[in-house]
Write a protein that binds this ligand. Structure first.
Ligand code: NCD
Length: 484
């Protein structure tokens, strides 16, 4: 008898949950909505509503302040002909009574057809997705990711430049705390753009993000001229020399060390196509910081920015001068306007409203390697190293486990553990075998383990933990065995 197959519920927690072709499909549909429903006087503004999603309900569940993300999602749902229910303030919902996210999500699943969630904890959206039978869209989780902002950013860049490949994009400000930046750099790398990090002091990209760019998305790091470092994506097809000549080509280049390949030098000399600015994410830092960079007319006077679009996810505070608003390079209000058509397209595709070609294309997911998961038994061994991860939220403790992707290390033969929720990596840890009673720092033991054998292993953050749990060093056990 044929069994009825249930469609898998798709969630968009990370930008990497979407394949490149799905992202292109979202853009095609967003453009189609703009063409059909825009305001004749303001082409970036959706000015009319459709009847594509009658009776569908969006739930917006926001545990942190929001203007653009929540309102543009709700506007998008209304423009599709649907409706929304909202919990915009955690002080007025059951969260204030101590309800866990896992419980709230299980309840809201029955009240709506799609859910967007924003939360101060990294990894909260992935936890929500685990407990939801309707699609969960991450509207920003701590400093982890903000994938739909990236969709708006890429859509804006693509409309301006007609392509993403080989664009040279500078990212300025708080690269550590900005979730928008983290989703954005993954996407830029996957679409073959070059990334120029311009971090405020002490606010560089987190090590795990930097490493993923290099190891998983094959970016090469090109040393810069002191103020700028370039991450240069290793081309599958070599960069075309013709792209680097002509009026957009800056001839003076100052490379310390001077040992770059011709391709790397060419990337370094190209002008910047876009500058993406973010505010100091004060809610993610314990203390205020001095000397945050400011993008203003003086900064943009440098010839390398002569045609650079200026993007900002907004809100801005002091880091982006209001005098730039009338500069033709400023596109941040347009970028915010695209929040409506882009989110209409995403909702529509997740709900399967768009029958036909685009629906068929929206199947599958990020074509990534299927990395095994290590599920740490409760109350034993290693926990996520990120103190802001949802796994450390006391309210969620009955509903969350320490789960890690086992990721092969490029630098040695071992592996690292990547938290399934916040995606922070643990590089050094100890592996213990319950059956053999030994522990070792050779993490390759775990790399090759598969179900059910993987259940034999425990991971510990340090040696003392393993010893306290009654394990002996594998080296010592082996030496003892050879003496016998
Ligand atoms: C961003 C966010 O919430 O991460 N805002 C937004 O959604 N457009 C950026 C920010 O708050 O700085």
């Amino acid at each position: 008898m044929a069994t009825k197959s249930h469609p898998v519920t798709r969630h968009v927690v990370s930008i990497n949950d979407l394949s490149k072709s799905e992202i292109e499909t979202i853009f095609d549909l967003a453009q189609a909505y703009l063409t059909e429903y825009s305001d004749p006087n303001l082409p970036e503004r959706i000015g009319r509503s459709s009847n594509l999603a009658p009776n569908y309900i969006l739930a917006s569940l926001f545990y942190e302040p929001s203007t653009r993300t929540r309102l543009s999602f709700e506007s998008a749902m209304l423009r599709l002909g649907g409706t929304f229910i909202t919990s915009a303030d955690p002080t007025t919902s059951s969260a204030a009574k101590g309800e866990s996210l896992a419980d709230s999500v299980r309840v809201i699943t029955n009240y709506a057809d799609v859910m967007v969630i924003r939360h101060p904890r990294d990894g909260a959206a992935r936890l929500a997705a685990e407990y939801s039978s309707i699609p969960v869209i991450n509207g920003g989780d701590g400093s982890h990711e903000h994938p739909t902002q990236t969709l708006c950013d890429l859509f804006t860049l693509k409309k301006k430049n007609k392509r993403l490949k080989n664009l040279k994009v500078a990212i300025a400000g708080d690269l550590k705390g900005s979730r928008t930046i983290h989703s954005f750099v993954y996407a830029l790398a996957r679409f073959g753009a070059d990334i120029v990090p311009m971090a405020a002091e002490g606010m560089e990209l987190p090590p795990h993000v930097d490493r993923r760019l290099r190891e998983e998305f094959h970016c090469n790091f090109v040393p810069g001229d002191g103020s700028i470092d370039a991450l240069y994506r290793t081309p599958e097809e070599p960069h075309q020399p013709a792209l680097f000549s002509g009026p957009d080509f800056e001839l003076s280049v100052n490379v310390p060390g001077g040992n770059l390949s011709p391709g790397e030098e060419a990337v370094q000399r190209r002008k910047i196509d876009a500058v993406y600015v973010t505010r100091f994410q004060k809610e993610r830092w314990a203390e205020a910081r001095e000397g945050y960079p400011k993008i203003d007319a003086k900064f943009l006077k440098d010839a390398k920015y002569s045609h650079a679009s200026v993007l900002h996810p907004l809100p801005r505070v002091d880091e982006l001068d209001a005098s730039l608003d009338s500069d033709s390079r400023a596109v941040y209000f347009e970028q915010a306007a695209y929040g409506v058509p882009v989110r209409m397209a995403l909702i529509s595709l997740l709900l399967g409203l768009q029958r036909g070609k685009s629906l068929r294309k929206f199947e599958g997911g990020f074509e990534a390697e299927d990395v095994p998961v290590y599920d740490q038994p409760l109350n034993a061994g290693i926990r996520c190293a990120n103190a802001n991860c949802i796994v450390h939220e006391p309210k969620e403790s009955p509903y969350v486990r320490n789960k890690f992707h086992i990721v092969k290390s490029e630098s040695d033969k071992g592996c690292r553990l990547r938290c399934l929720y916040c995606e922070t990596d643990i590089d050094r840890f100890f592996v213990a075998s319950r059956k053999n009673k030994w522990y070792t720092d050779d993490t390759s033991e775990l790399l090759h383990a598969r179900d059910p054998g993987i259940k034999d292993f425990l991971a510990f953050a340090d040696e003392a933990d393993a010893v306290n749990r009654g394990f002996h060093s594998k080296r010592h056990s082996a030496a003892r065995a050879s003496q016998r």
